[in-house]
Ligand binder design. Structure first.
Ligand code: DGL
Length: 268
């Protein structure tokens, strides 16, 4: 028999920046009583422009340190870039259950009527074999057009800091897919970066009517519910957000964190 989980053991949600807050929101809707630590590797942001080796080393190293220090009951890698590159490796080295973020190609393939799906992600995510495998398995006979939109990562970060965002970035993201052969037929877009749902109204406007957007947040939240079934939850202290670098950007994120009932903690 396995030992009972400490009711105060947190769920650790990890991303390079604020993108994982979209997963936190979805999880809180289903598990409002679960104690949470939100960890953002702002010293490593953005992941999308890094190499596979850099991302794997950062993610494995940070999650190793954080699981030792905070003893989470479960870790959620709320980042498509980190998950598509490092999930298998991290699962091999850490003993805690790990939930990853997989580009939502399967639900998009079930939704599309035209058979043409767009996928927006980071440069690192869209080149992963992991995405090729999802495409082969779930979008067989359909077209999956991919476009890297690193500008949207920066835009989401700026938005949550309360800064203005140049609307041209949304038009460029839409054009990056629309201008590919078959792009005019796209009726479903996979938001394969956890930052992007923070910009949903702007993306809806940029793509125009008749396009649906799918992301993985609700599916991840359901998976966390499933893996924590029967476990007790208690908050010994308020949930908090942890960063890997102390920077001025953190203070400006204050309202976005407070709105999610996250205290600011010291840096890792
Ligand atoms: N939020 C991350 C993702 O889901 C990546 C953003 C970045 O660091 O480039 O892919």
């Amino acid at each position: 028999m396995t030992a009972a989980i400490n009711p105060e053991a947190p769920i650790l949600i990890f991303d390079s920046g604020v993108g994982g807050l979209t997963v936190l929101d979805a999880m809180r809707a289903l598990l409002p009583d679960a104690p949470v630590i939100y960890a953002a590797d702002n010293a490593g942001l953005p992941y999308g422009t890094k190499t596979e080796a850099q991302i794997a080393a950062r993610v494995a190293g940070l999650l190793g340190r954080m699981t030792e220090r905070f003893r989470p009951r479960l870790v959620c890698i709320a980042c498509n870039t980190a998950s598509t590159i490092a999930l298998g490796m991290v699962r091999e080295v850490l003993e805690v259950p790990i939930v990853g973020t997989v580009p939502a190609i399967k639900p998009a393939a079930a939704l599309t009527r035209t058979g043409v799906i767009g996928l927006l992600g980071t440069e690192a995510t869209i080149r992963q074999g992991y995405v090729d495998r999802l495409e082969a398995e779930f979008a067989h006979g359909k077209a999956l057009l991919r476009h890297a939109a690193p500008e949207l990562v920066a835009a989401a970060e700026a938005r949550l800091r309360g800064e203005a965002v140049d609307p041209a970035v949304f038009a460029r993201a839409a054009q990056g897919l629309r201008n590919q052969p078959g792009g005019a037929q796209i009726d479903t877009v996979v938001l394969a970066c956890t930052h992007f749902p923070l910009l949903l109204p702007e993306l809806i406007a940029a793509f125009g009517p008749g396009v649906r957007f799918v992301d993985g947040a609700d599916g991840i939240a359901r998976r966390i519910v499933f893996l924590t079934q029967g476990q007790a939850f208690a908050r010994g202290h308020e949930d908090f957000a942890l960063f890997t670098r102390d920077g001025s950007e953190i203070a400006t994120l204050g309202p976005a964190l407070t709105a999610r009932r996250l205290m600011r903690s010291a840096t890792l």
